[in-house]
Design a protein around this ligand. Structure first.
Ligand code: PEP
Length: 254
């Protein structure tokens, strides 16, 4: 674990009603009370954001959205803007998750616009990047990461690069139960940090790089101990308060 403050974020995807979210947070809060050295965020569906913000208020649990539109307002049916999120005190937002890239056609160029809009609005962004299994097998992991990181961050002012968390999420590890080997995660994180360093070595030292892809309480410690991994973006295991709290505990420096 580095000297950067670890961030553990739980991406619920399209899971949990408001009632289920409320029950989760009541279970989670006492379990993470002592984890003072770790930043933690829950990313519920849009419908549960306001309730989660209210229930987590005054605690150390932050609430992030899973997506947003780059415009302030407009004719964008089904979309949510940054001012709509900040109005209800949402703290941050996941951008460019591979499911949105694959299923909703999100492009690096569009994600770059969202990232800039999120920072302008005072939201903490988590930019997701990662290669598919076929890309890894073809030896194209670095090419893919270079493209996604450079394009995704293209509209972020250099002095604000450190405010972005970058989640390295190999697509082949997401929801599959196949977790990346620690060496693979570290290698990718070093590469991503070097990409940020090519714009600003100082900001590269600040930027938090998370690992995502089948993180569980069992494998979290070995990933979170890596020098360039500063936290985790957790899908399936974040749906269970005890499992999520165990991952948060694994991130606390000894
Ligand atoms: C994710 O969706 O970002 C994710 C990492 O999912 P899982 O932990 O279930 O692989």
């Amino acid at each position: 674990m580095s000297t950067r403050r670890p961030l553990i974020a739980g991406n619920w995807k399209m899971h949990k009603t408001v009632a289920e979210a409320e029950s989760f947070i009541q279970q989670l809060l006492p379990l993470v009370y002592a984890a003072e050295a770790v930043d933690l965020a829950i990313c519920p569906p849009f419908t549960a954001l306001a309730a989660m913000v209210d229930s987590a208020r005054g605690s150390r649990v932050q609430v992030f959205a899973q997506n947003m539109h780059q415009a302030q307002a407009g004719a964008f049916t089904g979309e949510i803007s940054a001012p709509m999120l900040t109005e209800i005190d949402v703290d941050g937002v996941i951008l460019g998750h591979s499911e949105r890239r694959e299923l909703c056609g999100e492009s690096d160029r569009g994600i770059a616009l969202k990232l800039a809009a999120a920072l302008d609005a005072g939201l903490e962004p988590i930019l997701c990047v990662g290669e598919s299994e076929a890309e890894r097998e073809r030896g194209e992991t670095e090419r893919k990461l270079r493209h996604q990181v450079q394009e995704g961050l293209a509209k972020v002012e250099t002095e604000r690069l450190g405010e972005v968390a970058i989640a390295y999420e190999p697509i082949w590890a997401i929801g599959t139960g196949t977790v990346a080997e620690p060496e693979q995660a570290q290698e990718a994180a070093v590469f991503i940090r070097a990409l940020v360093a090519s714009r600003s070595p100082e900001q590269a030292g600040r930027v938090r790089i998370l690992y995502g892809g089948s993180v569980t309480p069992e494998n979290a410690a070995s990933l979170l101990a890596l020098a360039d991994i500063d936290g985790a973006l957790v899908g399936g295991a974040s749906l269970d308060a005890r499992a999520f709290a165990a991952i948060v505990a694994a991130a606390a420096p000894a």
